[in-house]
Ligand binder design. Structure first.
Ligand code: NAP
Length: 301
């Protein structure tokens, strides 16, 4: 084993020791909106781990160089966000089976001189929904969404995680609605390999059929920067009053979609709970330690 490998396998340094801080950060474009630094830094500090969480704004032409830099000494890994979750997968050494099935990575771990890719968005979403009272936690620790129909808006990196998560939780049907139809169709085909229920892919709202007990999940970036909704209000209004609307976006806290859904009396939640849970799982991948969930949650209040 190389000296470098031995060094990487040592326990993480505690802040009381006089050492250079380990670096970890968020790779994406944009990243300025992200709450991950405050969430993760609080967790590192609480456990006395000498790590600094940074924002690494990375336009697409710089992605290869950025990922390569994680192989350097002193890098713990990274989170990956819009728009790189799929592109990054080909730049890593080892991909966790769930992330490989999903085809998207949101967490990179630098371990034993290799870059490992994980997807914590998928389980993070299910924990978030369950925390909102959607679905039931089974004895085996899995969340069941039987009895619900899911309308997933988007087919990008986050949506891929969501689609696999919803399917694994046993939703009665999955409808994937995306601007580029072929991307939705590809996702549907991939999910169908491990899911028996019906999947529909659409890019025209006129073909949307509202079902009772629907969960609508926005996994597009629409609503982050302007008051625009991925689902026109006249379509949203056709859904039953028991519909739950979840927007993965958390900054702004109330997107136009959530405002419209609230006005119609539908139950809503923003993406803070998913941020928390995917972040907690990422923290454990980097450190091998259970995440201090309450401390992390308090940073989002
Ligand atoms: P991504 O891979 O770039 O995918 C973007 C998605 O948005 C695609 O489905 C894309 O459709 C759609 N889209 C973008 N611009 C559009 C437009 N003008 N009109 C219609 N559709 C448009 O990004 P991502 O990583 O999946 O992230 C998506 C969102 O989820 C971001 O807002 C991100 O912050 C959020 N997110 C939150 C959490 C959390 O923990 N709360 C976790 C993950 C992601 P096309 O395929 O047609 O281009």
């Amino acid at each position: 084993m190389s000296t470098r490998n031995k060094r990487l396998m040592r326990p993480l340094q505690r802040t009381s020791e006089e050492t250079m801080r380990t670096r970890v950060g968020l790779i994406g474009d944009p990243v300025a909106h992200s709450f991950s630094p405050r969430l993760q830094q609080a967790a590192f500090d609480a456990l006395g781990i000498s790590a600094k969480y940074e924002l690494w704004h990375t336009p697409a032409p710089q992605l290869v160089e950025r990922v390569r830099s994680l192989c350097n000494d002193g890098y713990l890994g990274a989170n990956v966000t819009i728009p790189h979750k799929q592109a990054v997968i080909h730049l890593l050494d080892k991909i966790d089976p769930l992330a490989a099935r999903i085809g998207a990575v949101n967490t990179i771990v630098h371990r034993d001189d290799y870059l490992h890719g994980y997807n914590t968005d998928a389980p993070g979403l299910l924990y978030a929904l369950q925390e909102q009272g959607i679905g039931t936690l089974q004895q085996n620790g899995q969340v069941s969404l039987k009895g619900h129909s899911a309308l997933l808006l988007g087919a990008g990196g986050a949506a891929r995680g969501a689609a696999f998560a919803l399917a694994s939780a046993g939703v009665d049907r999955l409808i994937i609605f995306n601007r580029h139809l072929e991307r939705a169709q590809l996702l549907a085909t991939d999910v169908q390999q491990s899911y028996d229920g019906p999947i529909f892919s659409l890019n025209d709202v006129n073909f949307l059929i509202p079902h009772s007990s629907s969960i609508i999940i926005n996994a597009t970036s629409l609503g982050m920067h302007e008051d625009i909704s991925p689902l026109p209000p006249e379509v949203l209004t056709r859904f039953d009053s028991d519909t739950f609307v979840y927007d993965m976006i958390y900054n702004p806290t109330q997107t136009y979609l959530l405002c419209q859904a609230g006005i119609m009396g539908l139950r809503t939640a923003n993406g803070l709970s998913m941020l928390l849970h995917q972040g907690a799982l990422a923290f454990t991948h980097w450190t091998g330690e259970p995440a201090p969930l309450d401390i992390m949650r308090a940073t989002l209040a």
